[in-house]
Unconditional design. Structure first.
Length: 372
């Protein structure tokens, strides 16, 4: 399995590896993009079924990555041969077209072209090489998985038809949320330098709201500068325990995002009983329709009204919080692990039924097995 310790996929990958271990699966976790920090290495050591191979080869969305992509491909092939792996799980969008001797599952957690389009409204020609390489990789993959139907459709839109694909909703191990009284606070979570999260909108509307707005997440840029948002409380990067404390205390979770393919931060907030105010985009609608308030991502007045209406109406806030908690139960961690395990076994030719659920698979071999 590949994963970048510097990306939002890292936490998902570690939780998936831990869950697979409970099913008797051993994982070689190959890092790309960056090497784990000391805290991440501590997290890895707590998982008994994983062997980590570290590298910081650039991945496909980084600046001028293609020589690193070539070299890292050779490195990954060597690892697969050395450890006699049964399946390759790529948490990035290239390398599925290498000459593997085993099935390859490519997981499209997000992609640079769809992120750019959602954030800026257009995609320039500077992403043409990226599109060519990603398209070749997805076409060569044994199967493609995405966390939502919206993301799977986006991959097809940008890179062509996918003949064997499935949706597996992403989930992480639940945070240790204790039952505490909710406080009059609005919380959001994410990397402040990610313009697609639309934190600037929260900064603009915050002075009009009766409650304070807090944002947890890294504030720095590669240049060393920090993002400035004077109207909100920037909490910076938090430990899992500290973030859990903020999520369980906040009465409202707001994410007016323009791009959110999997919504794991929203899932944690829903589990903790936050009322949700989300950007009205296909992936978030798909996951949370009927369990959240949705606002256009370019309408500050609508965002202000949605947040203030929940501040002013405790009963409505409680109803939405219960709806979000109930919806979160659908996206269970154990189900996510078992669906990935089922996908691996399908690709290897084993069609055992592991549990009563099925993959939500619109195409191909995985869909046929899910319908059996």
């Amino acid at each position: 399995m590949t994963a970048d310790p510097g990306s939002t996929v890292w936490g998902f990958a570690l939780d998936l590896v831990a869950g697979l271990g409970a099913q008797g699966v051993e994982v070689v976790l190959a890092t790309l993009g960056s090497k784990p920090c000391s805290g991440q290495r501590r997290d890895i050591r707590a998982i008994p079924n994983v062997l980590v191979a570290e590298s910081d080869y650039r991945v496909e969305w980084m600046i001028d990555p293609w020589e690193d992509v070539r070299v890292s491909g050779d490195w990954l092939l060597t690892l697969a041969s050395r450890y006699a792996v049964d399946v390759v799980h790529c948490n990035h969008l290239v390398h599925a077209n290498l000459p593997w001797d085993v099935p390859v599952l490519a997981v499209g957690h997000s992609c640079a072209r769809s992120w750019t389009e959602a954030t800026y409204g257009t995609v320039g020609s500077d992403w043409d090489r990226y599109a060519h390489e990603v398209g070749a990789s997805l076409r060569a993959a044994s199967a493609v998985v995405a966390p939502t139907r919206a993301m799977l459709s986006s991959l097809e839109q940008h890179y062509g038809p996918i003949t064997d694909g499935a949706v597996i909703h992403s989930a992480c191990r639940p945070m240790p949320h204790a039952s505490l009284r909710k406080e009059s606070r609005i919380l959001s979570v994410g990397r402040l330098t990610d313009e697609s999260k639309n934190f600037a909108a929260l900064n603009r509307v915050a002075p009009s709201l009766a409650w304070p707005v807090h944002i947890a997440g890294p504030t720095g840029m590669s240049s060393g500068d920090s993002v400035s948002m004077p109207n909100v409380d920037l909490l910076g990067s938090l430990t899992t325990r500290a973030l859990s404390s903020w999520i369980k205390r906040a009465a409202i979770f707001a994410l007016p995002s323009k791009y959110e393919p999997s919504g794991l931060t929203v899932l944690n907030a829903a589990r903790a009983g936050c009322a949700l105010v989300l950007g009205d985009i296909p992936a978030l609608r798909e996951l949370w329709d009927g369990a959240a308030l949705f606002v256009p991502t370019d309408d500050d007045a609508a965002l202000t009204n949605a947040l203030q209406s929940l501040i002013d109406d405790p009963q409505r806030r409680a109803v939405l919080a219960r709806a979000a908690r109930q919806r979160a139960l659908v996206y269970g961690y154990e189900r996510c692990v078992l669906e990935y395990l089922l996908a691996y076994r399908v690709l290897r030719g084993g069609y055992e039924r592991l549990y009563d659920g099925v993959l939500e698979a619109p195409y191909g071999r995985l869909a046929q097995v899910g319908a059996d």
